[in-house]
Design a protein around this ligand. Structure first.
Ligand code: ARG
Length: 264
């Protein structure tokens, strides 16, 4: 009896295998099953240390990854009937990974710069930011030139580092924004230069800090998605999805949503 059951089970299993093989064969003509089976993946590289754009959270929008950029990535994938996958790595490694084709695109609150444009292509920008200074509430720093002779912290590879370098001031660089802000909180440095929206998040999370702006010293920066220079097909897809999201207000919606999350 037991034997009989086993045989039956085996026959059933085989039937199932053939049934599925049959489905597989028909895929070229039947689109519904084809789509499910052939759904492509867009691998986005990011550095999830940059709230409100990308950070790790218990239930993110793409796996454990949450933030404005993650919503945008998800929409881009959906618009192309693809699935968005995230590769989290150091900020400094992103463009290298893109050039080596380990990832398809970089979405990381990345500012378009001429240096980077030599290496990769950028999409239509989706967000405008600027560098700001985070200082202690009682700090006398009121403009960029007040940073001279002060202990300045920046994050390695961020445009904030480039800005301070251009001003000609000495600085110390850290791997993560959180580390630089901890130095400031602990009184080991006087100012952190970092992107505006991220700075706001840090000021909300840590008591006793404030933001100082200097539009004369720090210009507008535009965030865009980077793509390998070979991959204009993906660039076009990304651009058309961004265009739609700007026009239908989705980008502003995401930005507002995460600014609120920051305010909590
Ligand atoms: N906007 C700055 C830059 O492009 C900082 C970006 C940092 N992004 C991140 N995901 N850690 O250099």
């Amino acid at each position: 009896m037991k034997m009989m059951k086993k045989v039956l089970a085996a026959v059933l299993a085989l039937t199932l295998v053939f049934a599925f093989a049959g489905c597989g064969k028909k895929e070229t003509t039947e689109s519904s099953s084809t789509e499910a089976a052939q759904k492509s993946t867009i691998i986005f590289g990011t550095n999830a240390e940059f709230a409100p754009f990308e950070y790790v959270s218990a239930n993110g929008v793409i796996g454990q990854y949450d933030g404005i950029d993650m919503c945008i990535a998800k929409e881009i994938a959906a618009a192309n009937n693809a699935e968005a996958k995230i590769e989290n790595m150091e900020f400094d490694s992103l463009l290298v990974a893109l050039k080596n084709k380990q990832i398809d695109a970089v979405i990381a609150g990345m500012t378009v710069t001429n240096e980077r444009k030599q290496e990769v292509n950028f999409s239509t920008p989706y967000y405008t930011a600027t560098q700001v200074m985070i200082v202690k509430e009682d700090s006398t720093i009121a403009k960029a030139s007040d940073m001279k002779d002060k202990k300045i912290c920046v994050i390695q590879g961020y445009t904030g580092e480039t800005c301070v370098k251009k001003l000609g001031y000495k600085y110390e660089s850290f791997k993560k924004g959180t580390e630089a802000v901890m130095e400031l909180v602990n009184g080991k440095c006087d100012v952190v230069v970092i992107d505006s929206a991220t700075a706001e998040k840090y000021v909300k999370d840590n008591k006793g800090l404030k933001i100082v702006k200097d539009a004369g010293a720090f210009g507008a920066e535009e965030y865009a998605i980077a793509v390998n220079k070979d991959n204009t097909e993906l660039l076009n897809k990304i651009n058309s999805a961004i265009k739609t999201m700007i026009e239908n207000g989705k980008v502003s919606e995401f930005a507002a949503k995460y600014a609120e999350a920051v305010a909590e």
